[in-house]
Design a protein around this ligand. Structure first.
Ligand code: MN
Length: 206
């Protein structure tokens, strides 16, 4: 889609191109219509891949806009966390907790670390274009005002953003939320529980 000379990647083609749905339990998903602005999904998935990171996802125009945050979010407004923009994911992905088998894209364990809804404070498409998105989160671990700010220099072709907590009642300077609350909000399991208890995808070569 081209708007005023800006090319915007939409849809799930990159998501699907990277994955073999016969071999990974991740959902292939569907493009969906944009839903009511007041009921848009927010989810963070803790992903113990070759490097542990936190995948931050905001439902936008029927898909989950996604950023990989190496250190995870911080409730401390003085801490800016790098958030690398990655491919859109299907809405169904927000319910995925399990093991991506060895050899597949993103191999490792995925846990639903936080979940709720998000409320943009301005037009989302305009914010994503200009590189400043202000919003509120209503999750179990993260709440209150947040800002995503795009940095000028993309790395490896992926735009880099910073995720920053606003100073408000939900801010907790000095609190290590990822350390204090490592568990899944969906199953209460730890990442090791998920890795050990999840039914693995069957492989003919086992
Ligand atoms: Mn990931």
């Amino acid at each position: 889609m081209a708007i005023a000379g800006i090319i915007i990647a939409v849809g799930l083609s990159e998501y699907r191109r990277k994955r073999h749905f016969a071999r990974t339990p991740e959902p292939s998903g569907h493009e969906r219509r944009a839903r009511d602005e007041k009921n848009r999904l927010y989810v963070i998935q803790k992903h113990a891949a070759s490097r542990l990171h936190y995948d931050f996802r905001l439902e936008t125009n029927g898909v989950l806009k996604s950023w990989a945050i190496p250190k995870g979010p911080s409730l401390d407004p003085s801490v800016k966390r790098l958030a690398v923009e990655v491919e859109d994911h299907p809405l169904e992905y927000g319910g995925f907790e399990g093991v991506i088998p060895k050899g597949e894209y993103g191999a490792g364990t995925v846990l639903i670390w936080d979940r709720g809804r998000w409320l943009p404070e301005e037009d989302v498409s305009a914010g994503l274009r200009k590189g400043v998105l202000k919003f509120r989160l209503e999750g179990e671990k993260l709440a209150g005002g947040w800002t995503l700010v795009r940095l000028k220099e993309p790395q490896n072709g992926k735009p880099n953003w910073l995720l920053i907590k606003e100073m408000d009642a939900a801010a907790k300077p000095g609190v290590d939320i990822t350390g204090e609350r490592p568990e899944s909000v969906a199953s209460q399991q730890s990442i090791d529980d998920v890795a050990n208890k999840t039914t693995r995808v069957w492989h003919s070569n086992r």
